[in-house]
Design a protein around this ligand. Structure first.
Ligand SMILES: [Zn+2]
Length: 325
């Protein structure tokens, strides 16, 4: 594979925006020191949402910003004493040496009626495509790490409670001393084309009508990425593929994934659907796809997703040119 060639450059959530400074994580007083420093920037994570400032002034560092000054920004703040009661995660530092922490709590059960922080909470799917590189990195990293902590409170060896250490980048079992690192689930996502350059799009079982996307699936243990592409395509639509080519990858913290994007060419075009997973699948010419998109018969994937970028690469232009957001 031509790894790390930027065939799909500047994927959302994949642009570096923060130096993680892993070498600082072992400092025993790291979190206490940063929580005592008023220059530290804190992101509150409530479940899978964070407070966002909407209508933030344009600072020229926001992808897809039309210059109207409407791009959102994370509502970061200085530390407060109650932060130490929550799960505190060290995310890294920016180029100025400012440190970033996430303070993670479960989702609020009661909506505040008055303009409090709850009214400003937004999910990464809602705002991720319009955040600055720094804010997108801060949000995606905080979310992926907090999601991992939320489901790894006990030791997989002995069942005893585990405790976060190393600035939140490790959990250790009190009973047997075993150490457990954050996990990322790898998924492959692929644009499959036939020998007439038509694109295969499918509607997953349980998806609404009009929602078509490229195929995707999780990497299995003991499998290479290219083998996963071939297996998933064969399982889901019965096709054999060749010329599997890496195009780019993207963190996808819903809850803990990395999406690795490929294109592949199918041998033949006859589809045999896996009914439990695929409700419908079709080959599209570019003209056919543009027509149903313009007619509103398919809804494009979110601008945040590599799925949309894969489709746009095949189409040759942005979907927004046919179906404005
Ligand atoms: Zn244990």
């Amino acid at each position: 594979m031509g790894l790390l060639t930027e065939t799909l450059p500047n994927l959302a959530l994949a642009r570096p925006g923060l130096d993680r400074h892993a070498e600082l994580r072992g400092q025993p007083d790291l979190l206490d020191r940063l929580l005592a420093d008023p220059s530290t920037r804190v992101l509150e994570v409530h479940g899978d949402k964070v407070p966002v400032l909407l209508g933030h002034a344009d600072d020229g560092d926001r992808p897809d910003d039309d210059g109207a000054g409407t791009a959102p920004a994370l509502d970061l703040r200085a530390p407060v004493p109650t932060d130490a009661d929550a799960l505190v995660l060290f995310l890294g530092q920016d180029g100025d040496g400012t440190a970033y922490l996430a303070v993670a709590r479960p989702a609020p059960e009661v909506e505040a009626p008055d303009g409090g922080v709850w009214e400003r909470l937004r999910g990464l799917r809602q705002v991720g495509a319009d955040l600055s590189d720094r804010d997108a990195t801060v949000f995606a990293t905080a979310l992926a790490l907090a999601n991992w902590h939320a489901t790894h409170g006990h030791c997989p060896r002995c069942g005893a409670p585990t405790e976060p250490i190393q600035g939140g980048w490790l959990r250790r079992c009190d009973r047997d001393g075993s150490e457990h690192y954050p996990r990322t689930d790898v998924a492959v996502i692929m644009s499959v084309v036939d020998d007439r350059d038509r694109l295969l799009l499918a509607r997953g079982a349980g998806w609404g009508t009009g929602r078509f996307s490229v195929l995707a699936g999780f990497l299995e243990p003991g499998e290479s990425l290219a083998a996963a592409v071939a297996r998933e395509v064969h399982e889901e639509v019965g096709l054999q593929v060749h010329d599997v080519e890496y195009l780019g990858d993207q963190p996808w913290p819903f809850p803990n994934s990395l999406m690795v994007g490929f294109t592949a060419r199918a041998t033949g075009d006859e589809l045999r659907l896996q009914e439990a997973e695929i409700a419908e699948a079709r080959w599209f010419t570019r003209e056919e796809y543009r027509e149903i998109l313009a007619a509103g018969e398919v809804s494009p994937s979110t601008r945040l997703s590599i799925a949309r970028r894969l489709i746009e690469r095949w189409l040759g232009h942005d979907l927004a040119e046919v179906a404005p957001d």
